[in-house]
Design a protein around this ligand. Structure first.
Ligand code: BGC
Length: 750
């Protein structure tokens, strides 16, 4: 199905204004020259322009046989019918391919794969969130052309997408603006209506959501401006109204507003790494994708494992979001973090149903979640011969409930948003605590245990007492008890009403305390080691580092029979604990566990390297920390063909931010303020970032041995092991001495 709109005849151009250009600073640019069909899908993912609601892959406008274009609308899923090898599971649907163009020169269609490619350059301007392209080509007939485009997903108005294009040729040329609809198998209903100047496309996904696209193209003197407005239904602004207003503004003004919005976001979110340009650029690439993924205005959707950059994991939401991505937002743009947690609150009823379905109380969040919050993990994967292998993650990775609770509590602690706690957060913490209290078993040893579980390390299933799960479950119970006291103090009446609504009795609360105190966690105070799960140390002591160069997939390198019987792990598991609960795992214990578990991890999951970097930095193993940081930074951007084809890895990116800020920056949120203890690897001469604490901005910069702080409003700050001090607005400095940080001196007024 195609919608043919207008055509543009550029002929010889006399452009009215110069075509927009990317910034002139390589630290803010990701550039790809030429065409490599093997990597095209990776580049399409890298070059996605997105704003948390809409995301368009960076496919070439005219497409090649290697392109896989897609535009995703966050939260809009459809469920394809069960097929031979595919279970019936919802997936994020791709909307109309709005950025599509066709080039005709003297009756000949221009195609990158025919004729002479003279220049193809794609530049992602990270600073402004714009993808630029220049394409010079000589067609088989000899006709030459130069095409330029710039596109963005507006950060100033998340309902809008824009493409600006320019075509120059000395030959008669025509730019045809087809909008093909190629994904119709997922659409239950599709309506298309041509209006003067634009086309409206309404689509409804099978057993899923809907979206309306209003698309207009305006041509003038060799230029084409395409503006698109999208709506997800009656609760959002009508797409046609948004489009009319946007067209009145024009693409140029939309671009200006968009650039201003990005500049503001970077002001709060940039991480400056001095002395390591490659890593700096990769850090900004990660920040670009993180910022492109969040939408503060809606709880309809959360962030999938690949954001809006590709079809990977069907657009499903994992713990990746709560543990890896949400902390970035908590500290840099809390409104987005609140929206992501509001999504978990909106889907709490489904989490309660899932717990009840398995005979538990409280809330058991789905391992994979989509629009409704029901469990959407595929129940099996099919091998080519038709054999179905059951997928156990949804049945056993119960740590997801504690992960959601962890993000909820961190948000409240850092922002001090008591309204959120009263309206949503407390209920999440209480219902997840309630789940753990029903999930444990009292053993003959008088301790509580958790059986039949899978920790983050997916190579070992159906284990008992996964240390990560047990320690976080205990933490979840303790925080629920704390929050009950906090609520009581904040508002006695509403806390009583909540307890009544949740039918929370004194006896149940006492039971929570008993479980928290008696929960076994596998920690050995002599060795300082946590045993990953009961019996892990008795498994064959095969170390990943001795198997193959890392990262590697354990299934292939070790074999599926041997894998569960040996100590090779897929990803950080015990080390997640050291990273997430720095109060509970001392630096000495973190160090001991790092030494034990690091050589055993295959890093078969992209979630692993950044956490290793963070824990290594915190325990002062800076060389190893930098190696892992670079491994994480190079995950999508490195040379592995196809690694990002299905989308970039958002959790790796969030992990990278955490490794920079919590690992090298040594940032830790305490109840009354932040503790910071920066340590830089010798290759870096500077690290600068800012965070928000209780609404106020705190700028942190380390250069060599000196640390400077910029405090916007009164903030509690502790350096290294020093006690917390309340700092008023102004600038401060301290120097690192032999035994740690010297005291902070005020150097400027606020
Ligand atoms: C990892 C999980 C992760 C998922 C989605 C898996 O390979 O083991 O921890 O949640 O990918 O990124």
């Amino acid at each position: 199905m195609k919608s043919e709109q207008d055509t543009v005849n550029p002929a010889v151009l006399d452009a009215i204004e110069p075509f927009p250009q990317p910034v002139d600073d390589p630290a803010w640019l990701i550039t790809v020259e030429g065409f490599d069909h093997r990597r095209e899908k990776d580049y399409e993912s890298w070059f996605t322009v997105a704003n948390g609601r809409l995301g368009t892959r960076g496919s070439l406008e005219e497409l090649t046989s290697h392109s896989s274009p897609a535009t995703y609308v966050a939260g809009v899923y459809a469920t394809p019918e069960e097929a031979a090898l595919v279970p019936e599971v919802p997936e994020l649907i791709a909307g109309p391919d709005w950025a599509r163009l066709e080039f005709h020169l003297g009756g000949e269609r221009a195609n990158l794969e025919r004729g002479d490619l003279l220049e193809l350059r794609r530049v992602l301007d990270l600073r402004h969130g714009i993808l630029f392209r220049t394409w010079r080509h000589r067609l088989p007939s000899g006709a030459g052309m130069t095409f330029r485009s710039a596109r963005f997903a507006s950060l100033a108005d998340r309902a809008i997408l824009v493409l600006m294009a320019e075509l120059e040729s000395e030959h008669p040329a025509r730019l045809t603006t087809h909008i093909p609809l190629t994904y119709t198998t997922l659409y239950e209903r599709l309506e298309m209506e041509q209006q003067s100047g634009w086309v409206n496309i309404n689509l409804q996904g099978r057993k899923g959501g809907r979206a309306s696209f209003a698309i207009s193209s305006e041509a003038r003197e060799g230029r084409l401006d395409r503006i698109v407005a999208v709506s997800r239904g009656p609760d959002e602004r009508n797409a046609s109204d948004v489009l009319s207003a946007a067209r009145r503004k024009g693409a140029g003004s939309l671009m200006e507003e968009h650039c201003r919005a990005w500049t503001t976001r970077w002001g709060d979110s940039d991480v400056v790494i001095g002395g390591d340009p490659e890593t700096q650029r990769a850090m900004r690439f990660a920040l670009y994708h993180l910022m492109s993924s969040g939408d503060p205005e809606s709880d309809l959707a959360s962030i999938g494992a690949r954001g809006l950059t590709g079809p990977g994991y069907r657009g499903h939401v994992f713990w990746d979001t709560d543990v890896f991505v949400v902390p970035f937002y908590i500290f840099t743009d809390p409104t987005v973090a609140r929206a992501l947690l509001a999504y978990r609150y909106r889907t709490l009823p489904e989490a309660k149903k899932k717990a009840a379905q398995f005979g538990y109380r409280g809330a058991l969040y789905p391992w994979e979640s989509a629009d409704t919050g029901q469990e959407v993990t595929p129940p099996y994967v099919s091998l080519n011969d038709g054999t179905r292998i059951p997928v156990l993650t949804a049945l056993q990775q119960h740590h997801i409930s504690a992960d959601v609770a962890w993000a909820t509590y961190l948000y409240w602690r850092v922002t001090g948003d008591d309204t959120f706690l009263e309206e949503m957060g407390a209920e999440i913490l209480l219902e997840t605590a309630r789940f753990w209290a029903s999930r444990v078993t009292l053993g003959p040893d008088g301790r509580y245990h958790i059986h039949g579980i899978m920790g983050p390390d997916e190579y070992h299933s159906n284990v008992s007492d996964n240390a990560y799960t047990n320690a976080l479950a205990r933490w979840n119970l303790e925080r629920a008890l704390e929050v009950l006291d906090v609520l009581h103090e904040l508002n006695e009446e509403s806390s009583r009403r909540l307890a009544e609504r949740l039918k929370l009795r004194k006896s149940e609360i006492q039971h929570w305390r008993a479980v928290a105190n008696g929960l076994f966690d596998g920690f050995d105070p002599d060795t300082l080691l946590y045993e990953q799960f009961a019996g892990f140390f008795d498994l064959e002591d095969l170390r990943a580092v001795d198997v193959a160069p890392r990262p590697f997939a354990g299934e292939l390198a070790v074999g599926i029979t041997r894998l569960p019987l040996c100590q090779v792990t897929k990803q950080s598991d015990v080390l997640m604990l050291a990273h997430m609960l720095p109060d509970a795992v001392s630096p000495a214990a973190a160090h001991a566990n790092y030494r034990y578990y690091e050589p055993r991890s295959s890093h078969g999951s992209s979630l692993s390297p950044a956490i290793h970097a963070s824990v290594a930095a915190r325990t002062n193993d800076l060389a190893s920390a930098l190696d892992y940081f670079r491994m994480a930074a190079g995950f999508d951007l490195g040379g592995r063909i196809g690694i990002a084809a299905d989308g970039v890895h958002l959790a790796t990116m969030g992990g990278l931010w955490q490794a920079a800020v919590m690992g090298f920056g040594g940032l830790q949120a305490e109840s009354e303020g932040v503790r910071i203890d920066p340590r830089l690897p010798s290759e870096w001469d500077r690290l600068a970032f800012s965070i928000r604490w209780r609404g106020a901005r705190l700028g942190i910069e380390v250069e060599g041995k000196s640390l400077s702080l910029n405090v916007e409003a009164q903030t509690g700050v502790a350096l290294g092991g020093q006690p917390l001090r309340l700092l008023g607005p102004g600038s401060y400095e301290a120097r690192r001495e032999e035994n740690g940080w010297g005291s902070l001196q005020k150097t400027g007024a606020g």
